[in-house]
Design a protein around this ligand. Sequence first.
Ligand code: HC1
Ligand code: SF4
Length: 573
Amino acid sequence: MVTMTIDGLTVQVPEGTTILEAAKTAHIRIPHLCYLKGINEIAACRVCCVEVEGERAMVTACNNPVKEGMVVHTNSPRARTTRRTNVELILSQHDCKCATCVRSGNCQLQAIANDLGILSLPYESQLPRGLRGAWTTTFPLYHDYNKCIKCMRCIQICDKVQSLSIWDLAGTGGRTTIDVSDNRVIKDSDCALCGQCITHCPVGGLRERDDTQRAFAALADPDKITVVQVAPAVRAAWGEAFGLKREEATMGRMAAALRRLGFQYVFDTNFAADLTIMEEGSEFLHRLQAGGLTRWPMFTSCCPGWVRFLKSQYPELTHQLSSAKSPQQMFGSVAKSWFAQTLGVAPEKIFCVSIMPCVAKKAESELPTMAVDGRPDVDLVLTTRELVRILRADKLDPALLPEEEPDSPLGVHTGAGVIFGATGGVMEAALRTAAYVLTGKNPDPDAFAAVRTGPGLREAAFELAGIPVRCAVVSGLGNARKLIERLKAGKVHYDFVEVMACPGGCVGGGGQPISVEDEELYGVRGQRLYDLDRAEPIRFSHENPQVQALYRDFLGAPLSQKAEELLHTDHKA
Ligand code: HC1
Ligand code: SF4
């Protein structure tokens, strides 16, 4: 242990602890911008400078370890002046038009500048800094050079967590900026669109393409019947932006809010998650029983970030993906067929909007393979953050809204559908139904809880009616890469592998609300989904009465010709 003094308080911490972390143990907060524990500890912003007695230069707290007897001042006149100067210098290279920035009110630079009382800048503004002209506004991920503060968090997240290294430093001296690596443009890079660089950007340097105005245009179109689906993970996080407790941000309030916005039918992606289990589960049992899984597992296909990753990094393995479309796409396909037929309207009349915790879902909905007869299954995807923005635009306060039921039939779901939004959830839901199909009776719904928790790459083995099933659950693309390399080396063998691109699964998705305190919230959000599952009267996808009705009245059976046409794809686009 090391004993030292911070702002007059004696602190004892393990050797190797940084000054920043040591200060936290004494409840002393040192301001910082670029620091991300374990991921970005490079003192790029120099906002965390403190004064250390005996040192001539100021010391950055995030990457310097404590020393025995060290005496640190975090708020001495020198520390205050240095911090203020460093923030002013960053602001001089930042587009400070906060009124038109999506991160206003949720921006770490804005918060620090306000806290420090910076009301004007003593330095000349150095804008614009764009190196390659205008950034494309059609790609679902948008980088604004003039807001980027070169903290390098995006570089590190994409590199260390997602193993894709899409970002790099470009330019020199005062013209240094962050750009797509290897002189590529973003749409030609291998970006998986996981959005993790967005959720870890402290400012508005990165964001999703804004589609909110297209949503308002559709809502105002009298020729459209607007149908909205809400992804499982959205319900675990949307309330954060309104200061609601997780149990207050209910789907009932969400339904009320979406109706106030003008959506005619409020449905639930969970319905389609149950449907996915029927299709993907049947496909898995088919592959397993046919003995087609001896060397390679079947991979889940519902996460579009993962599918993009596999196609760009290991294209030779694309055929191992389940052919099932994702729940988002199955939903759209069913809305424009069965539901349109029920209403007695042409499919073109239906405008299908998705609220997703994800940026890659925007790209998924635009794939030519995600359409029937040239008609896209889903017309528009909004992230959870965009949902928050449209609710705010209409001055809707969810805390004041009543609880309303989603509409039927596509709003009916089970607990198995809810848990799709957390890592391990798709696997668990599939195993519940696979066990039923193989044994003829329902297992304990918590029989496969072993897949819920653990590291980002975990495995479990079960026996279903005497058949051994080897499973792996992965979240985070760096972990996905490790798993595939192990598979390729023949070190591991699995039958069924669930992969989610974002750490923690969709609850940690790149479209979710951003914590200005840099908290990783996927753990508590995932727990919320498991609590919702436990509270559901039905916890098996095969018992969803409206999924049963869909098969009875329209599709026939899982993997029927009609189901193949509407709900499956070859992933070739
Ligand atoms: Fe997901 Fe899925 S769980 S991919 O994370 O399979 O985005 O929530 O909607 O489609 O259901 C996301 C979440 C979501 C799909 C489902
Ligand atoms: Fe990297 Fe994901 Fe950002 Fe793309 S969206 S640059 S893959 S972190």
